[in-house]
Every structure is written in structure tokens, then in C-alpha cells.
Design a protein around this ligand. Structure first.
Ligand code: PMP
Length: 408
């Protein structure tokens, strides 16, 4: 098996000076044994851990990497901007340029604002919806992830009931539950917050049903509430103009981050003219939100995504991977479910309540140089090549064979 001694040594040092050794979604302690926690370098679709093991990566930093790690065009744009100015007493021309490009790219958007993390963007969307309507209630799908602020973090420790007092749950893809939740708001409905599709962890993914999207739009209109699309995770992978564009449903507000800067720290809120005055009335900011280098990186990323037809390529590579895995599993008589869009695939095994099969599969794939995830959706990028998929399929074959051998 792979050496992981340096990783273990770093984990031991980290445990002394970092609570739990690591926090949040990148804490490898919650992954099966065999995952590295620490990485040394990243280029294109390849990651190298601190022990020198190399992997073809199918997590893309949980989304930010969409053109390949260290994409030369994006890095050149960021470096040129940083050479002139990054953080200063105000933004650079890069802000206006990026806002113009977002408004051009996203049909639902008449304006854009920028921040650093997805949580900044989802939180600002709720504030704008409340400022616009003067109401409090926000409808949120049960189990959906929208960030790590007290109103949305998945673990209750450190939060109060009051932080979520004005959230009302509904079932994603269920128009009737949406209508019920809106009624429960009793005239106090500020917004309906939806994900691009159901991409909850440890769960089969569900594409958004067109009738659900239409019902959400109609309900928001009927109540004079804002329809808010959280496109932080899926944004720019399904459609450059927004993940609900193919459904013909346009949100009033949308939150973006992750892939926008191909790894540079940037998030965006976009909105329509009905939300413009409220967006002007809220106070949101951060010391680093005007960083011009990340904005230049985002502009370069968007331009390249447009130019190379990135969405179609990611879908094709994801489909090749999915079909290959399906054929391998069928040949071995293994039941597994590949759900969600091909660009953001989720793989879960049948009869695998403790994820033992998924874990064995993924750790075996790691041993053969491919980084996948046992219970979170994965990410394709525009940098993945057919050769990467062939390497991945050689590793998934080993992983599936290991699962088949372990069957009673
Ligand atoms: N919304 C969604 C759908 C996400 O996937 C994430 C990040 N995983 C967020 C919001 C929060 O983004 P961030 O971690 O950058 O704050």
C-alpha cells in the first residue's frame, strides 16, 4: 500500500495545535483510513499528497477547481493583477469588468456583488430577500447544505434555536410540501431557498423536477417573496448561465462561489432589478472581498469556460466515467447507484448502510492513484481527459473487484 507516514506525522502535530486536528468538510478523520489529510502539490487534474502519492482527482477541491489546478490562463490573469494591485482602499477596474461579465453570462442577473465564500453569498441572499420584503420567513429544503453560518451549519453545537427561528422546512422536489411550508409562513414569507438539485451527502442525488422548479417560481410570485438559488456547488458545471436555466426558471437572487475563480477565493450574489434597491440597503462587507486578483481570476475563468465549451466536456467525461463504472459493476454483479448529473456524480452501493463497501471501493481506488469520495458528490472538471477517465476506470475496476471479493 501507499506510504502515509508524513501524513500521520502531520496529523499528530496538528492534533496538538488545531482542535481535532482539522475542522469542517475537509477533515479526513471522518473518511475511511487510507485517505491523506495533507497535500503537497496540485496541477491540472493531479494531486500529490505529502508522502508523494499521486492521484487523478475527482473532488476538485470540493468544486473550486473547474479548469485544472493552476490553469495557466487564470494564474497569469491573477498574477498580472496582483503585480499591479490586489487589496487596496477600494476595488479595481477588475470589479466592474467581472460584474459586467456575470450579468452577461447569467440571464437572471441584472447586477452582481462579490464576497469570498459561499456562505457569505447565501447569507447575503437571505438578507436581501428580507430587506426587500420586510418579512422574516425563509423556506429551506430538509437536509440541504447552504453553508456554515449559525443559520445553516449542519451541526447544532454553538448555535441557538433563535438562529433558525425563521426557517421553515420543505421536501426538495415536492411542490405540495413547498405550498404547505409557504402557508405555514402566515404572510411573513421573505424567500424560498433552493439548491441547484438535491445534492445532499450520503443520499442518492435527485435532478430538479421541472414541475417543482415551476411551482417554486409561481409560489414566490404569488407571495411576493424572493426565489433564491444556491448555485454555490453546481454553478458553472450544469449551465454557465445558472443551473435552473435549462429548466426555464429564473431566480430573483443567486449565490455563487466555488468554481467561479478556479480556486481563487471569490463568491458572488447576483440578482434582478426587483432586488436591486434592497441589495443597496443591506450592509455586507469583508476585509478581503475587494481583492482584485481573485476578480481577475474569475473573469479569466468565465471567459475560458465560455470559449472551450466546458460544460459539454465535463458532461461527456462524467458520462464516460459513469458508463464505464456501470459496465464494470454489472459484470461483477454488484448493485450500485450512480445519481445526479454526470458532471457532479454520486456513487452509493446497494445494501451498504455503514458505507463499508463504498469505503473499501474508494480506498482501493486511492491505492491505484484515483481520489474519489464514498459519500459526497464528486466533481468533473474541464481539465479531465479521456486518458484521466481510462486511468480512473482501471482503478474503479480494482475497487469494485475488492468489494466483490469481500461479499459474503
Ligand atoms: N451552498 C452549497 C450548496 C455548498 O455546497 C456550499 C459549500 N460546500 C456552500 C453553500 C457554502 O460555501 P462555503 O463553504 O464556500 O462557505
Amino acid at each position: 500500500p501507499r506510504p502515509l507516514a508524513r501524513d500521520a506525522a502531520l496529523r499528530a502535530r496538528a492534533a496538538r495545535v488545531i482542535p481535532g486536528g482539522m475542522w469542517g468538510h475537509m477533515n479526513a478523520a471522518r473518511l475511511p483510513q487510507g485517505y491523506p489529510q495533507f497535500f503537497a502539490s496540485a496541477a491540472g487534474t493531479r494531486l500529490r499528497d505529502v508522502d508523494g502519492n499521486e492521484y487523478v482527482d475527482f473532488m476538485c477541491a470540493f468544486g473550486p477547481m473547474i479548469l485544472g489546478y493552476g490553469d495557466p490562463e487564470v494564474e497569469a490573469a491573477a498574477a498580472a493583477q496582483r503585480g499591479r494591485m490586489d487589496i487596496a482602499n477600494g476595488p479595481g477596474e477588475a470589479l466592474v469588468e467581472l460584474a459586467e461579465l456575470m450579468v452577461e453570462t447569467v440571464p437572471a442577473a441584472d447586477w452582481a456583488m462579490f464576497a469570498k465564500n459561499g456562505t457569505d453569498a447565501t447569507t447575503a441572499c437571505l438578507m436581501i430577500a428580507r430587506a426587500e420584503t420586510g418579512r422574516r420567513k425563509i423556506l429551506v429544503a430538509r437536509g440541504a447544505y447552504h453553508g456554515s453560518a449559525p443559520w445553516c451549519t449542519p451541526w447544532p453545537a454553538g448555535t441557538t434555536a433563535e438562529d433558525r427561528a425563521h426557517l421553515l422546512p420543505f421536501e426538495f422536489n415536492d411542490p405540495a410540501s413547498l405550498t404547505e411550508a409557504a402557508a405555514a409562513a402566515e404572510g411573513d414569507l421573505a424567500g424560498i431557498l433552493v439548491s441547484a438539485f438535491r445534492h445532499d451527502a450520503r443520499t442518492d442525488q435527485e435532478l430538479t423536477r421541472p414541475d417543482f422548479a415551476a411551482a417554486a417560481r409561481a409560489l414566490a410570485d404569488r407571495h411576493g417573496a424572493a426565489l433564491i438559488l444556491d448555485d454555490v456547488r453546481a454553478g458553472f458545471r450544469l449551465h454557465l448561465g445558472g443551473s435552473w436555466e435549462p429548466l426555464g426558471v429564473r431566480p430573483d437572487l443567486a449565490a455563487w462561489s466555488k468554481a467561479l475563480g478556479n480556486g481563487h477565493a471569490i463568491a458572488a450574489v447576483t440578482g434582478n432589478d426587483a432586488m436591486r434597491a434592497a441589495a443597496q440597503r443591506i450592509f455586507v462587507t469583508g476585509s478581503f472581498w475587494c481583492g482584485a486578483a481573485a476578480m481577475a481570476a474569475a473573469t479569466a475563468t468565465l471567459r475560458k469556460l465560455h470559449r472551450i465549451g466546458a460544460v459539454a466536456h465535463m458532461e461527456a467525461m462524467g458520462q464516460m466515467l459513469r458508463e464505464g463504472i456501470a459496465a464494470q459493476a454489472a459484470a461483477l454483479g454488484l448493485g450500485l447507484r450512480q445519481t445526479g448529473p454526470a458532471q457532479l456524480p454520486m456513487m452509493l452501493f446497494d445494501d451498504d448502510p455503514d458505507l463499508a463497501k463504498g469505503s473499501l471501493f474508494c480506498v482501493t481506488a486511492l491505492d491505484h492513484g484515483v481520489y474519489m469520495h464514498p459519500w459526497h458528490d464528486m466533481f468533473l472538471s474541464a481539465a479531465h481527459t479521456e486518458e484521466d477517465i481510462r486511468i480512473a476506470l482501471a482503478a474503479t475496476r480494482k475497487g469494485l473487484e475488492a468489494v466483490a471479493r469481500a461479499q459474503p
